[in-house]
Design a protein around this ligand. Sequence first.
Ligand code: GLU
Length: 302
Amino acid sequence: MMRTTRVLAVLTLAALAAAGCGKEGSPPTKGPKPEDLPKYQVAQGFQLTDSGTWNKAKRRGHLVVGAKEDQPYLGEKDPATGTYSGFDIEIAKMMSASLGFDPKSIEFKTIASANRETALQNGQIDYYVGTYTINDNRKKLVGFGGPYYMAGQGLLVNKDNDDIHGPGDLNGKKVCSAAGSTPYQRIQADYPKAILVAYDTYSICVDNLLTYQVDAVTTDDTILMGYAAKVPDELKLVGKPFSKEPYGIGVPKGDNTLRFALDDAIEAHEKNGDWKKAYDVTLGLSGVPAPTPPAIDRYPAS
Ligand code: GLU
């Protein structure tokens, strides 16, 4: 019985990913409804000619934005339509509107955690919005607008797991995270007795958790809540967040003009209510009411 449920859960998660969720027969998922999503006012005649990135996008006619495609409520791609949705995607659209580009014209590209810096460095994308923690190491390689949200590292385990309640219980346990992520680095540095397993994406980690190949998945609470919400009978978050993960918008290093324009844009969309509206119909569906967004970190040009 147990085994059957488990196999079904795994199939369910895969089916949800494949179907873009909410298919008949799958558990109730509360994905964002397209008609509920806010519309953002596109800035008319906007110019940012000191930004190399903006000029390139202007010549191209649209923005190319890096994102995640398998993080419920944050960045999810419907494989049937190719449409991306979630809170990060809404932030990307707000930024596009402020930069004078119709959000509908954004070309999204899925980029895994480990490949974000390279993608920005070699011009594959104009900016990146995908649970991307701002930190000093990364600031040596890329620039960051924001933060636009404050997450914290958490732990996801199977519902029937009774021995993991926090990161202190990970000794000798298999813990899965994404390569190149801050949660992975934190376990490696602060909990060296945990057995770390790395994949490109957290959804692969979750599949491994559901089949008991690993004991826990660790990353931001926001991401874990999304997976737990998809199979609430199988998975649970444990303990309190044990880090601060300020989410920024990654830009090519040195394009300070673009970075400051994004800082202004985030502030404007927080003020005019877009940020909260977007949160409520995406990340808010995982059950946490909209928090006050963190203060913008307008660090000096670098
Ligand atoms: N926010 C963390 C990071 O930037 C974890 C989530 C992710 O990998 O995107 O590394």
